[in-house]
Design a protein around this ligand. Structure first.
Ligand SMILES: NC(=O)c1ccc[n+]([C@@H]2O[C@H](COP(=O)([O-])OP(=O)(O)OC[C@H]3O[C@@H](n4cnc5c(N)ncnc54)[C@H](O)[C@@H]3O)[C@@H](O)[C@H]2O)c1
Length: 274
């Protein structure tokens, strides 16, 4: 029997939760840079009854992402695409974050925008970090949205030395994710498909825990404490949002970002000052 294909790129904490939510009854193509992470995720989801194919990918390599998209298309109708691969400031350098978090998303949106089936949908995991500073200057936003992926890292404001630290690189990359999704929506729409991003708050995955244990941990705990929910998020909180955006009830939603942060940004924006 022909089955639709769900692709999950990045199968760490959030990726596995999303795969579990959207994989049932479909062929599940899992992809990650880490063979170890990929093997563990594939074994776990297979043992739960999913039909899993595992493929190593480097999202910062155009050839690797293109090959993954072709692999997905060869498996059947690509109806679900979730991009969760990423590196955080405690894990990586400025250069690696720009390559993986910024260019990697741009490459995946282009490659999967070329194979997604009519009626299909994609979701990219950005971050509330992209909402922290608000909008960037309009010419920067336009460049981040529209520059071809191969030229992105040559933009003057992303040149070596121009981005002060990994935190700043992450903020720009995550803002860029939402902008790339806006820009990709028409191309995906021309195929009868939709694409959106999710901006999670602090989520208890290995990445989230590493950040909470790093130099920004105290500030992050303070933000959580003053938020409306007062709690850290779970991978399932993100999987629920992804399932909605990938599903039929979101048929009029495309080219937008859903903030799933437990109210952190709302609290930051509206906290009385002074
Ligand atoms: N955890 C949080 O608090 C949080 C908050 C906001 C946004 N995010 C974002 O959510 C996404 C998912 O994060 P997570 O919490 O599940 O983290 P995670 O570390 O559990 O998973 C991320 C996965 O991406 C993979 N990856 C890294 N570089 C790659 C590459 N070049 N090619 C392919 N795969 C690669 C890693 O091997 C890992 O398995 C990331 O984009 C992250 O920036 C996380």
């Amino acid at each position: 029997m022909d089955r639709d294909v769900a692709v999950v790129i990045g199968v760490g904490g959030m990726g596995v939760a999303v795969a579990r939510r959207v994989g049932g009854g479909r062929r599940l193509l899992l992809a990650d840079f880490s063979e170890a992470v990929l093997g563990t995720a594939a074994e776990r989801l297979r043992s739960e009854g999913h039909d899993v194919t595992a493929e190593r990918v480097d999202v910062s390599d155009a050839g690797s992402v293109g090959a993954l998209a072709q692999r997905a298309a060869a498996m059947g109708r690509v109806t679900h695409v979730a991009h969760t691969a990423g590196l955080s400031p405690v894990q990586a350098s400025v250069e690696a974050i720009l390559r993986v978090d910024l260019m990697g998303v741009a490459l995946a949106l282009d490659a999967f925008g070329g194979v997604v089936a009519a009626g299909g949908a994609g979701v990219v995991i950005a971050s509330m970090a992209g909402h922290m500073a608000g909008a960037l200057p309009p010419e920067m936003e336009a460049a981040l949205a529209l520059t071809p992926p191969a030229d992105l890292l040559a933009l003057p404001f992303l040149a070596p030395g121009a981005v002060p630290d990994a935190g700043a690189a992450y903020t720009i990359a995550k803002r860029a994710n939402a902008l790339r999704v806006q820009a990709a929506a028409r191309a995906w729409g021309a195929r009868g498909a939709r694409v959106n991003s999710i901006s999670p708050g602090v989520i208890s995955t290995s990445m989230g825990q590493a950040e909470l244990g790093g130099p920004s941990g105290e500030q992050m705990r303070g933000m959580i404490a003053m938020s409306a929910t007062g709690r850290v998020g779970t991978p399932d909180d993100i999987a629920d949002a992804a399932a909605f955006l990938l599903g039929p009830q979101a048929s009029f939603i495309t080219g937008t970002d859903l903030l799933v942060d437990g109210g952190v940004i709302a609290a930051i924006r509206t906290m009385p000052r002074g």
